[in-house]
Design a binder for this molecule. Structure first.
Ligand code: HPA
Ligand code: ZN
Length: 338
């Protein structure tokens, strides 16, 4: 037990699982330019600095516009492998031992990229990280909620043939106006096929979307979920039912969901008994990977050793890793010495 504030080094060393990470959101400006050159694609920015200067967002949509435009440089299996390789190395250096990666297949197949090239490229890097870094991971197929349900159904059909890599379905993209209820049948089919279910809800959307994600989609974790704090009955239910929230503090600041991190509900949710985890969402765009999100929370809200260890433990327990893998990682968390 230390008395002073947790150091950056301690928070980076804390063994953790990353449960809310969009692999396309790890595309750093340098790699975007490298891939653009390799694939003969012109980015509408003169330099890495000019692209990085665009990372100033008003809300979720203003981010998504840049996110979808920039991912156009990802074309081949090798591109997805390189993207994922770089993410996993950075994440490993920040204590991530297990990573469940969201990917947005519809955003790639719509551009003529083969579904299996995306899955295989990411998978190549996951295999490499397991061999070289001892990390584990899996994929979560996200449906774009602002696209037609028929397109989600097609993505699911492709995904069901890749159960070797895909462990769950998720729901992302523009939230307000696209309630979870739209995807009830798609999720029912996914769950009937044995996939786990998670969903973004309560990032910009109201608490009602969190209820829908739980009751209509069968979501086992809620991604973000921060607006649950507005509804005490919902907070009590999340706590009672042990529903984990995958919270992304730096994302919430950058997308103005919580413009000042000092107002962030993370610790209030924890105090209320909700199982919260700390994640990085789209770290290339939002200013920090997993360990840096912990450090930002420490700076703005204060973070005790007990809280940090609890969030790490929860991230592992709430993951879809095997019981055996969870036990090994939990032992690493108990061995953490800040
Ligand atoms: N919210 C919704 N959709 C997304 C996000 C997010 O934070 N990042 C990538 N797609
Ligand atoms: Zn997200």
């Amino acid at each position: 037990m230390t008395n002073g504030a947790l150091t950056d080094e301690a928070l980076l060393a804390l063994p953790k699982a990353e449960l809310h990470l969009h692999i396309e959101g790890t595309l750093e400006p340098e790699l975007a330019f490298e891939l653009a050159a390799r694939n003969g694609i012109e980015l509408p920015y003169a330099s890495v600095d000019e692209l990085a200067a665009q990372y100033d967002f008003d809300d979720l949509q203003s981010f998504l516009d840049l996110y979808y435009a920039t991912m156009a440089v990802l074309r081949t299996r090798d591109d997805f492998a390189e993207l994922t390789r770089r993410y996993l190395r950075r994440a490993h250096a920040q204590g991530v031992r297990h990573a469940e990666l969201f990917f947005d297949p519809q955003a790639h197949t719509a551009r003529g990229v083969a579904f299996n090239d995306v899955v295989d490229g990411i998978g190549d890097a996951l295999d490499e990280a397991e061999r070289e870094l001892g990390m584990t991971g899996a994929l979560i197929l996200c449906f774009l909620r602002d696209q037609p349900v028929a397109s989600a159904e097609e993505a699911l059909t492709a995904g069901l043939a890749r159960r070797d890599r895909i462990v769950a379905v998720g729901l992302d993209s523009a939230e307000v106006g696209y309630p979870p209820s739209l995807f009830e049948a798609v999720y029912a089919r996914a769950r009937a096929s044995g996939l786990h279910a998670v969903a973004h809800a309560g990032e910009e959307g109201p608490p009602a979307y969190v209820y829908e994600a739980l009751d209509l989609l069968g979501a086992e974790r809620i991604d973000h979920g921060i607006r649950s704090i507005e509804d005490p009955e919902l907070v009590a239910r999340l706590a009672r039912e042990g529903i984990p929230l995958t919270v992304c503090p730096l994302s919430n600041v950058r997308l103005q969901a919580t413009p000042d991190l000092r107002d962030h509900p993370l610790l209030r949710l924890d105090d209320a008994g909700v199982r919260v985890t700390v994640n990085s969402d789209d770290p290339a765009y939002f200013g920090g990977y997993a360990g840096q999100n912990f450090a930002a929370v420490r700076d703005a809200l204060g973070l005790t050793e007990d809280q940090a260890r609890r969030f790490a433990r929860t991230s592992i327990e709430a993951s879809f890793a095997s019981r055996e893998r969870k036990d090994a990682l939990l032992a690493e968390v108990e061995g953490w010495q800040p």
